[in-house]
Write a protein that binds this ligand. Structure first.
Ligand code: DDH
Length: 281
């Protein structure tokens, strides 16, 4: 049995299964990005727990966290890729799926390294409650992302992923997309924050903001609007300079998906030798 994984073939297989005509806006890309982010966003730099190693969402303890509602769709879409590449870890698959999705949807190329391993039980799965709550504001953002080791500016850059996808009332309680073309990676999200006026949506759901000037109702969360208070100049810069956003986003997303990955950590199962590891046989 070969231990090798052909990551170029994995990338192609992920790209092929992004196309999901009956699902959302026809693409699983946005939910792949969210899967990658939630797999990593549990990291705590002080206790060195959580992060993208382990694929803890396979266990109820993490997979059943209400913050992860809906991500089972992404995991199910990716199952054929895992089945085809038996030595690929789920933790590598989920992070690579986010990277491939961003690239395929027109975003920047993001550095990705293999070597994550999967937990064999749920003992190292981090506690629930580590992911951000969209109804809160900048203090909460600083607490949650500071725990992962991110600065205010990095929070603003990472949040640009909300160029993609939408909220689903049956998952988070919130509803709707942030931008007009939610399957294209762009800097529209920052343009919306810079140029549009956001008013509380009149509905019985959780507090969110709405604007329908473009003929379709778009949305913002409290946490999205909080970015303007954290560093308005950076939000405006990204609105005006797509290349600057793409460059910064590629770096910070690469940092995000490395959180909790210690390839030498003896506590994890040894990673199988990968075909693209450096060095001669
Ligand atoms: Fe997000 N996000 N996110 N987000 N996110 C949701 C959807 C998507 C917050 C809340 C929500 C990031 C940061 C934050 C994506 C990527 C990223 C939804 C809707 C909520 C709520 C879920 C649903 O109903 O299906 C909050 C709060 C924060 C924050 O505090 C900063 C980050 C850092 C990323 C990232 O990828 C780097 C993506 C993509 C989606 C769209 C998913 C989909 O199914 O479509």
């Amino acid at each position: 049995m070969s231990k090798e994984v052909d990551y170029d073939a994995v990338r192609k297989d992920i790209a092929a299964c992004m196309e999901q005509p009956g699902y959302d806006d026809g693409s699983a890309g946005p939910v792949f990005v969210r899967l990658a982010w939630h797999s990593a966003g549990t990291y705590c730099k002080d206790t060195k727990t959580g992060g993208s190693n382990g694929a803890g969402m396979r266990y109820e303890k993490e997979g059943g966290d209400p913050a992860n509602a809906g991500l089972q769709h992404a995991r199910v879409f990716l199952e054929p890729v895992k089945a085809k590449h038996e030595n690929l870890s789920y933790a590598d698959l989920w992070t690579l799926a986010g990277v491939v999705a961003i690239e395929e949807m027109g975003g920047p190329k993001i550095e990705w390294k293999a070597g994550r391993t999967d937990f064999t039980d749920d003992s190292k799965v981090p506690p629930r409650g580590r992911l951000p709550d969209g109804a809160q504001a900048e203090d909460h953002l600083r607490a949650v992302f500071g725990r992962m080791g991110f600065t205010d500016d990095e929070i603003i850059t990472l949040s640009g992923a909300h160029n993609l996808g939408r909220c689903h009332a049956d998952r988070s309680g919130f509803e709707g997309p942030w931008v007009m073309r939610p399957t294209v990676f762009s800097n529209q999200y920052y343009k919306m924050l810079k140029n549009m006026e956001w008013k509380p949506k009149e509905w019985s759901g959780p507090k969110q903001y709405a604007n329908d000037d473009l003929g379709q109702e778009l949305m913002m969360l409290e946490t999205d609007l909080a970015l303007l208070k954290m560093n308005k100049d950076l939000v405006h810069k990204y609105a005006d300079d797509k290349d600057a956003f793409f460059d910064d986003f590629a770096k910070v997303f690469a940092k995000l998906i490395e959180l909790g990955v210690d390839r030498k950590d003896a506590g994890y199962e040894a990673a199988p030798k990968k075909s693209n590891d450096a060095g001669a046989p």
